[in-house]
Design a protein around this ligand. Sequence first.
Ligand code: GDP
Ligand code: MG
Length: 369
Amino acid sequence: TEYIAVNELANLMGVSVSEVISKCISLGLMVSINQRLDVETITLIADDFGFEIELVEEFQTDVDADIPDPEETLKPRPPVVTIMGHVDHGKTSLLDFIRSANVVAGEAGGITQHIGAYKVSIDGGKEITFLDTPGHEAFTAMRARGAKVTDIVVLIVAADDAVMPQTVEAINHAQAANVPIIVAINKIDKPNSNIEKIKQQLAERNILVEDWGGKYQCVEVSAKLGKNVDLLLEKILLEAELLDLKANPDRKARGTIIESQLDKGRGITATVLVQKGTLKIGDPFIAGVTHGRVRAMFDERGKKVSEAPPSTPVLVLGFESAPQAGDTFVAVESEREAREISIKRLQVKREQDHRQVHHITLDEIANQI
Ligand code: GDP
Ligand code: MG
């Protein structure tokens, strides 16, 4: 990488440009006034003029850069799991069973609203967060934006069917995102199910399950009857333990927009998956190019919550405009800061959009010629 130019360096040191140029020549470098210099050359020249070079990272705040928290602040957090697989292989059935089987006593009625994610408590107090995004589009959108939301993928394959295109797509997604896969072979209650055939076909895709000598955990389930679903949850927790998932809960929240909804009564709402920190009522925030202040939060049961720790999905009220799935959500110190960043991001976006429009126009002209 090249940094400042010869004349800029001369200005910074308060010496003449010709002095810097002749210094460069003595180092065997023929340079022009506007030529940019690499850090090695800059250091050598500066040293000669009695200056020390200090490399400073480009100004980055926690809003733009996901700056890691110090090790000692990290505490265990629940895994975030996405169930993926071919259409009709049983994603919804499996999610529904897990959801209804793990509703805390006294909370009968279960999930009252779809918010795209929910957290369940397993016996023993352990928790798992499931993302319930429609199809693979949301997952793809998030990955395209570099948002990593899933810790583990459960790959569901129907035992009465076969490894299908979307099964392969799911494998590719998970592997590209470097997310571990747990295989769930579903519909084993069906008389025409063929578990070995599925394992064979998975092996052909380099997904070798444990009892075939591979590294992939595999559970044979019936989402319809709920058979072995508890075993699947155990395996998820085991995988999560290996991943040693941690986050700092004692800081301003940072997370990802899972989906946004326009509610007739409440206006713009969005599901935020909090990934680090704790989101609180009243927190100003920035989400993509929009911003706001947390006016209220609800869990998947429609119950009001005042705090959302890491790996918790919450429905948030208080957005100025609708965010997009995959947008980064960052709680900030003040509403003013949120507004300023939002305006800046909007300007950048407009410029980019403008350039794209311009680009298309040029192409069109080229086509006409
Ligand atoms: P999705 O498209 O992956 O969400 O699949 P669904 O959960 O909608 O399931 C597709 C169909 O398979 C539905 O008719 C389910 O009732 C059925 N199904 C799902 N799991 C099982 C199972 O374990 N056994 C049987 N027999 N049917 C199942
Ligand atoms: Mg479905």
